[in-house]
Design a protein around this ligand. Structure first.
Ligand code: FPP
Length: 256
């Protein structure tokens, strides 16, 4: 109970499921890849929004571990889009003080994409305005399983005692462990689920959903999401009265 309450109104970390690109394209009788291309424009809008509003971390679910099972043509188009975005956008992101990182199983990407990811991370590593994390070939269960494996390896090697395996030890080994947990989760496209995104990290995150398809999301709706966030009372398992009495004491901060 020794950490401060997150700022009342502005989330420090926003996590987003960018859903609805395929439906956006289908409504226009266009290939799904065109929807993803339109979705990439909304990514830029979202980054601009976070920079303008002083949000320090943005995590985007760009490609799930399950998305590899989509039709080959769509996976290929998404890979082309990622390469193009990495080639085109990194200079500008760097100039604007964005630190770019990737989470997920990058062994499944081609050498060309892995190289670009590593180069973009190295180039932007010292930037501090916004940490932009792209979840690619990412799955929340896989994330937790890998953290559990890392703990098991340390126990087997005698570096850790079994009774040292606790929430803090596991939480330190999942993705994004160095960032505050997401304060606000946004999902576009109308589905009301988490879809194996940041399962551990979203434990106390405020959830916000919209029917709007990702390519059509605009600043007004992002403002609405922030407004909804600001109006919520975050109790972290405590009572409203306790929170009111101890504005500066919230348990589990960092992984709450
Ligand atoms: C989900 O919509 C979206 C994706 C699987 C891909 C998201 C990728 C982008 C927005 C492209 C650019 C990203 C970066 C980081 C450069 P869907 O295809 O499941 O839509 P549907 O539910 O309507 O079919």
């Amino acid at each position: 109970m020794n950490v401060s309450t997150p700022s009342a109104s502005i989330p420090r970390h926003v996590a987003v499921i960018m859903d609805g690109n395929g439906r956006w394209a289908a409504r226009r009788r266009r290939p799904r890849a065109i929807g993803h291309r339109a979705g990439a424009r909304t990514v830029n809008l979202c980054i601009d929004f976070c920079l303008a509003r002083g949000i320090g971390a943005l995590t985007l679910f760009a490609f799930s571990s399950e998305n590899w099972g989509r039709p080959e043509e769509e996976v290929g188009a998404l890979m082309k889009l990622f390469v193009g975005a990495l080639d085109r956008e990194v200079d500008e992101l760097h100039r604007r003080g964005v630190r770019l990182r990737f989470i997920g199983d990058r062994r499944r990407f081609s050498e060309a994409i892995r190289g670009r990811m590593a180069a973009a991370e190295a180039r932007t590593a010292d930037n501090t305005r916004l940490t932009l994390t792209v979840a690619a070939s990412y799955g929340g269960r896989q994330d937790i399983a890998m953290a559990a494996r890392s703990l098991a390896e340390d126990v087997a090697a005698g570096r850790l005692r079994p009774d040292e395996v606790d929430e803090a030890a596991l939480g330190a080994r999942v993705a994004l462990a160095d960032l505050p947990a997401p304060d606000l989760f946004i999902r576009t496209g109308g589905d009301l689920r988490i879809s194996n995104f940041l399962l551990w990290q979203l434990a106390y995150t405020e959830l916000w959903f919209t029917e709007t398809l990702w390519p059509e999301l605009g600043i007004e709706e992002l403002e609405q999401a922030l407004g909804a966030y600001a109006s919520r009372e975050r109790r972290f398992g405590l009572t409203g009265e306790q929170i009111a009495n101890a504005q500066d004491a919230v348990p589990g901060e960092g992984h709450s």
